[in-house]
Write a protein that binds this ligand. Sequence first.
Ligand SMILES: Nc1nc2ncc(COP(=O)(O)OP(=O)(O)O)nc2c(=O)[nH]1
Length: 293
Amino acid sequence: MKTHTLRFGSSVPGARYEDGLWQLSWSGVGVMGILNVTPDSFSDGGAYRDLPAVLARAHELQAAGALMLDVGGESTRPGAQAVSAREELARILPVIAALREVGSAVISVDTMKSSVAREALAAGAHLVNDVSGLRDPAMLGVCAQASAPAVIMHMQGEPRTMQHQPHYGDVAREVFGFLQHRAEEALAAGVPSVILDPGIGFGKTLEHNLTLLRELRRLTVSGHPVLVGASRKRLIDFLAGVPHPRDRDPGSLALHLHAASTGAALVRVHDVAAHVQGLKVWEVLNGSPSIDQ
Ligand SMILES: Nc1nc2ncc(COP(=O)(O)OP(=O)(O)O)nc2c(=O)[nH]1
């Protein structure tokens, strides 16, 4: 089973200090638990209304085996209206501070705004998850300055309109080429590590999403850890006729096991327990280095 490593400028849970950086390594596929603190996220918006409920959810995700928690204060579902930096910060800063207080897992902040990323990192987030692929001109500098890894995700257009008419000449070549290019720019700017994400459902048709998943090995061989976030997304309804997002966890796991078979390093999920269980079984059948006797 492949071992993946992320380098951080500051210490993170489970990391070792080596060559002047904190190195977090894991084998097989790590699970990033989704912690949305929004009123309108497509599958769990408003589910965690107050801080105790959010912290209880965080504990549940961590107890289920999440390697990281992804804290998001703005829905990026198709058609979502943008949220101000002020509103986004009001939602996520108390959560990040409280998670650090209780000693949580590694914390990523899911934001497209450099101003939000800067404050979230200062409040204790360990890395940035940017669905816009570091589009904000200041985002690279914020991550480099904080010596924080960045998840670079591909999105065509904006959440509000990205699904109107997504179009590519060669979707795999264009998406993977974009990610490789942004990775080089980020590392050259001093970002200690990058994670690449094809952006399932972000300005893609069903066919585009399927092609990216089928061709994903072309990205995982890049050497950068690859993250896939297909959890509860619309393509599962298209493929298996599941209209309600909360009913799509089995399909989510199937998509993420496929991602694991291509060498993905992380999956971003709502149902952490099901994914930890499914990946454990999958990894034994596909050559995990150790089996708990
Ligand atoms: N890196 C990465 N980040 C992401 N953030 C949000 C969503 C959308 O899912 P969710 O957070 O559940 O919904 P919403 O954006 O409505 O809060 N998907 C991804 C993804 O695929 N990859």
